[in-house]
Ligand binder design. Structure first.
Ligand code: C2E
Ligand code: CA
Ligand code: CA
Length: 862
């Protein structure tokens, strides 16, 4: 059987693994985001930095350019012979201003707010925004002028000019200064006293805008303090405290603004998608965890159920088998080994019909038929097999097809060993038809035999019945004991068998009575010769214990041709003839004759006597206790009928019951016994059962169920304390009717006991079908327990085992010795009855016994 392994407990659950994976993912994803953002910021910063450097370069270039242009412009005025002539010393306003040589156009066309001519002490010429001004240059220019004048004169010989950033009227301006000199080469000394021309180009917003546009820079302006907006660059304008500032573009920032929103959006979306996927993975892993846990649970349940199955399979007395669809064995339980002696492996893979066989139904098609039938169908078959020692054994197999997916895939079932049951059955079967002492046919077999032969009536071959009774047997039995009696009976049986043909039947009726059925022999002379031979044969002494024993025989003869074809009638006639033979001096034979019917008359007389006795209350019950083995407590009491005959004294039932059974008297008598027994036992201890014998004739001639119910009600006797003893002969006449009567009796609540078990017709079959609670082993088996052959003991053991197996209480009757009691106890018999423990006693004696003896109540009452 397949087994699913448990997950090792140390292995992390899928959920845990998924969580770890998700955490790893998150870390990697976060790192990737950081690296990307970092790289982006770095690129942006680099771009911004490069752009700032570039714009600073352009700004300073533009400024330089302006200064250069201003110097060059100034040089065209300062290096001029006419200017030197008219401006040296006192300035010639006429020439300069009126004739517009250094006039108003310097402001209006060239944009110089201030134009001055200074020498060391004074301002000789001044224009402010193109208008003549009286004020000195230093009024407008917030810078020491002398150093500028000196420097300008110093550079004059080289035709150079100087420029400075100064505050003009409080606002930054480019001051260009040059010494006025003639346009010829001059020495430094010649220009040491020369006037100096100052052009002031105030850096107005307009000019700055133009300057910025020319350099490709936006927002150029001046700032007083050092703090500026982000992204603005500056260049200091000399010592003026002002800076030239402009706005340079930030491509890195622009890049960031362009890239970041979509990037963040993408990351957010990615993050959300991942979150969704993680949640999904977690949910799935939780589901997997759950189903894993369920799987583990069902594994455990499976394991437990397998253990249970194994425990049951191994504890059972039956073994369990399974085959595949081809009927090859695929499983055998351990019990198989102990029952058959084979190792399981020897048989696995082998076809089941090699192990088991059934002589009436071939196993293989029988199994196949199961596969075609209702899936629930369970069928039984009796099979044989050879065990490990080659011994032939029987088993009952039950089988059922295994269905998978609507198709039969094999077969499964149990096999119980019933060898002991079959053996016991065979033995009992034999016993039921044979006399155990002599091995001859018994009354049952005789009845069957006669029934078969006489069935055809006058068409049947003529039959001659010889009823044979030994003379002088009782004295031998009484004086020399049972062993001698048994030896004599066995020798007689041998001789009888030896003288008869195969078509004849020899039966022992009990005691020293035998019957011979001669088939097809009818002729009187022939019969006479045969009888004579028999008698002389039986007269020959029988040696027992080196001692010759002499017996003889009397024979009564009845013939079907004259006495008819009724078996009972034939036997009755032979019996009357035997009576006659005995009466006429023994060792002889007599044919039945009508005159002998006197005998019949005698019986009629007896019948009348019985009827009268019933009216006169001549009957009484004696009671024999039944004991539980082990503690020998009295558990039941059997009522046995007695007849206090006015002339003949106390008569036992064997003398009158058979006669009563032949007429309706048995019905009245039976009712009387039942009523009397119930009344008497009514006040006995509660746990005590009362057993009453029922005659088969009562079943035939009356409504036993109604009688029992009526008497139970009338006497108020509890049904569960009443036990009815029935012999198997009840079933001889009407099997179906007997079964339904017994089931009805069981419904009243009474117990049923099968009496004289082992002597009947076909014991085992009845036991299975009929609702018996207990069985009573016939006393003749108990008597045989002492025999050295051990044959009877084996039968007793078989019956006990059988009863045990069927849940029946087993009683042994006729226990006459301690030895028998011990043997029965050893063999596990449940209850005993017999002279050794107590004879049947009159009511008073029994009640006295009950007072002293312990009675048991612990027994199954239903
Ligand atoms: P049974 O039912 O088999 O009764 C047992 C017989 O064995 C009784 O004989 C009893 O006295 C006798 N017995 C008891 N213990 C021993 C023992 O240790 N050794 C020997 N050898 N015999 C022992 P009983 O009372 O003569 O009855 C004979 C038969 O008559 C009974 O056999 C039963 O079949 C029948 N019978 C007795 N009473 C009634 C009755 O009320 N109605 C019917 N229909 N039959 C009855
Ligand atoms: Ca009985
Ligand atoms: Ca009996």
């Amino acid at each position: 059987m397949a087994r699913t392994a448990n997950l090792p407990p140390t292995l992390p659950t899928p959920r845990f693994q998924v969580r770890r994976l998700i955490a790893g993912f998150c870390v990697v994803f976060g790192l990737a985001c950081l690296v990307t953002l970092g790289a982006l910021l770095n690129i942006a910063a680099t771009l911004d930095h490069q752009e700032q450097q570039r714009s600073a370069f352009h700004a300073s270039q533009a400024l330089e350019q302006r200064l250069l242009a201003s110097r060059q412009f100034l040089s065209s005025y300062a290096v001029w012979d006419a200017a030197f002539e008219h401006l040296a010393g006192k300035a010639d306003w006429q020439w300069a201003y009126e004739e517009k040589n250094v006039g108003e156009s310097l402001y209006s066309a060239s944009g110089y707010e201030g134009v001055f001519v200074v020498d060391d002490q004074r301002t000789t010429y001044a224009l402010f925004k193109g208008k003549p001004s009286e004020a000195s240059a230093s009024t407008y220019i917030e810078a020491p002028l002398q150093p500028i004048i000196n420097e300008a004169r110093g550079a004059a010989s080289a035709r150079e000019q100087i420029t400075r950033f100064v505050l003009f009227n409080g606002w930054p301006a480019v001051l260009s200064a040059a010494a006025v000199r003639p346009d010829k080469d001059v020495s430094d000394s010649e220009v040491r006293q020369a006037p100096v021309m100052l052009f002031v180009d105030q850096l107005t917003d307009d000019k700055l805008t133009r300057l910025g546009t020319g350099a490709g820079l936006a927002g150029m302006h001046l700032e007083k303090d050092a703090t500026g907006e982000h992204g603005q660059q500056r260049i200091a304008l000399g010592d003026t405290g002002f800076h030239l500032a402009w706005t340079s573009p930030l491509p890195g920032q622009q890049l960031l603004w362009a890239m970041l929103p979509p990037l963040l959006c993408a990351l957010l979306i990615l993050g959300l998608v991942m979150l969704y996927l993680f949640c999904h993975a977690l949910r799935s892993s939780r589901a997997i965890d759950l189903s894993l846990a369920r799987l583990q649970q069902s594994n455990q349940a499976l394991e437990a159920s397998e253990q249970r199955f194994r425990a049951v399979a191994e504890a059972a007395s039956d073994w369990i088998w399974e085959t595949d669809r081809q009927q090859r064995l695929t499983y055998l339980s351990q019990r198989f080994v102990s029952v058959t002696g084979y190792p399981v492996d020897d048989w696995l893979g082998q076809p089941v019909n090699q192990l088991l066989a059934c002589d009436t139904t071939p196993l293989s098609p029988w199994l196949d038929a199961l596969a075609a039938a209702d899936p629930q169908q369970l069928a039984n078959l009796r099979c044989t097999y050879r065990d490990h020692n080659g011994q032939n054994r029987y088993c009952r197999i039950s089988a059922r097809a295994i269905w998978y997916d609507g198709k039969p895939t094999g077969f499964r079932g149990t096999a119980s060993d019933i060898t002991d049951e079959v053996d016991a059955h065979a033995r009992i079967q034999h016993l039921s038809l044979h006399d155990p002492l002599t091995g001859l046919a018994n009354r049952n077999k005789l009845a069957r035999h006669l029934e078969q032969l006489l069935l055809r009536g006058s068409d049947a071959p003529p039959l001659t019945l010889l009823l044979l009774d030994l003379d002088n047997f009782k004295p031998i039995n009484d004086s020399l004991g049972h062993a001698a009696g048994d030896a004599v009976l066995q020798e007689v049986a041998t001789r009888l068998r030896d003288t008869t043909r195969d078509v004849d039947l020899v039966a022992r009726l009990g005691g020293d009575e035998f019957i011979l059925v001669l088939n097809g022999m009818d002729n009187r002379t022939e019969v006479d010769r045969f009888c004579a031979r028999l008698i002389s044969l039986l007269q020959q002494p029988i040696v027992f214990d080196n001692q010759p024993l002499h017996i003889g025989a009397s024979i009564g003869v009845a013939q079907s041709r004259t006495q008819g074809f009724d078996a009972g009638e034939l036997i009755r006639c032979a019996d009357i003839a035997l009576y006659q033979a005995k009466a006429e001096g023994k060792n002889t034979w007599r044919y039945f004759a009508a005159e002998m019917n006197k005998q019949i008359q005698y019986r009629r007389q007896l019948e009348n006597d019985l009827r009268r006795a019933l009216q006169n209350q001549e009957f009484a019950l004696h009671y024999q206790p039944r004991y539980r083995l082990g503690d020998l407590r009295i558990v039941a009491v059997e009522a046995l009928l007695r007849w206090q005959h006015p002339q003949e004294g106390l008569l036992g039932p064997d003398t009158f019951i058979p006669l009563a059974e032949q007429s309706d008297i048995i019905v009245a008598l039976g009712r009387w016994v039942l009523r009397e027994a119930c009344r008497t036992a009514h006040d006995w201890p509660v746990g005590l059962l009362i057993s009453v014998n029922l005659s088969p004739a009562q079943f035939l001639r009356s409504d036993v169920v109604a009688d029992v119910r009526e008497i139970l009600l009338e006497t108020a006797f509890p049904a569960q304390r009443l036990e009815l003893e029935i012999t198997e002969n009840v079933m001889l006449n009407d099997i179906e009717g007997a079964l339904s009567t017994m089931l009805s009796l069981k419904e009243l609540g009474v117990r049923l006991n099968m009496d004289d078990f082992g002597t009947g017709y076909s014991s085992l079959g009845y036991l299975r079908t009929y609702p018996f609670d207990s069985i009573k082993i016939d006393k003749r088996f108990i008597a045989g327990l002492n025999n050295t052959s051990g044959n009877d003991r084996a039968v007793v053991q078989a019956i006990i085992n059988l009863g045990e197996a069927m849940g029946l209480t087993v009683t042994a009757e006729g226990v006459e010795s301690e030895q028998q009691l011990k043997t029965l106890e050893k063999d596990g018999c449940h209850e005993v009855q017999g002279y050794f423990l107590s004879r049947p006693l009159p009511k008073e004696a029994l009640e006295a016994l009950l007072q002293q003896a312990p009675t048991g109540s612990a027994r199954r009452l239903l």
